[in-house]
Ligand binder design. Sequence first.
Ligand SMILES: Nc1nc2c(ncn2[C@@H]2O[C@H](COP(=O)(O)OP(=O)(O)O)[C@@H](O)[C@H]2O)c(=O)[nH]1
Ligand SMILES: [Mg+2]
Length: 189
Amino acid sequence: MDKPVTELNKIDKKAFKAPSIHRKKKLVLVGTPNVGKSVIFNLLTGTYVTVSNYPGTTVEVARGTGKIGQQVYEVIDTPGMYSLFPITEEERVTRTLLLTEKPEIVIHVVDAKNLERMLPLTLQLLEAGLPVILAVNMMDEAEAIGRTIDLDALAKALKIPVVGTAAAQNRGIDELKRMVSDYVRKHVA
Ligand SMILES: Nc1nc2c(ncn2[C@@H]2O[C@H](COP(=O)(O)OP(=O)(O)O)[C@@H](O)[C@H]2O)c(=O)[nH]1
Ligand SMILES: [Mg+2]
């Protein structure tokens, strides 16, 4: 009569002691509207994506799963935000999500054409202690208007990984993935 109970205990303990490598890490995409977050989200995730209202709100958050290197991630696409100090419901949701879900990686996606207007949010995210990688997207459009961006200088100044991407052309995405893997290997146990 004792035996089944013991077996059950064993199973439960095993479930709770699953090694952390099998736990999905979280990767959150943030940035202002129309910078390419959802295009990057689609490139990072597979076909199984769920879109649901954030609890208690009408704000939609998309979640998918993607493998980067050897690690499986829950990838979360957030509504646009201009500031970590929320004015809109979308911003409030994104702020709450960032602070409660404790992602291992936050990718701040910015538009290379309007870089200087978007960097204040990068600084806010860093000040909040979030693990930020900067994806300078729309590099194709920046190049088309003759803008060059010194990504290395930016990375040195911000002391975070910075990658140039043109997501709509699938450019820079492999490098972005490599940076995510490197970051997680270095910073996350
Ligand atoms: N030229 C160019 N267009 C892009 C790039 N990335 C995204 N887009 C386009 O920009 C628009 C907004 O992208 P979306 O991913 O919906 O932005 P989100 O609002 O940040 O999620 C779409 O029409 C995309 O096809 C890029 O790197 N280059
Ligand atoms: Mg979007």
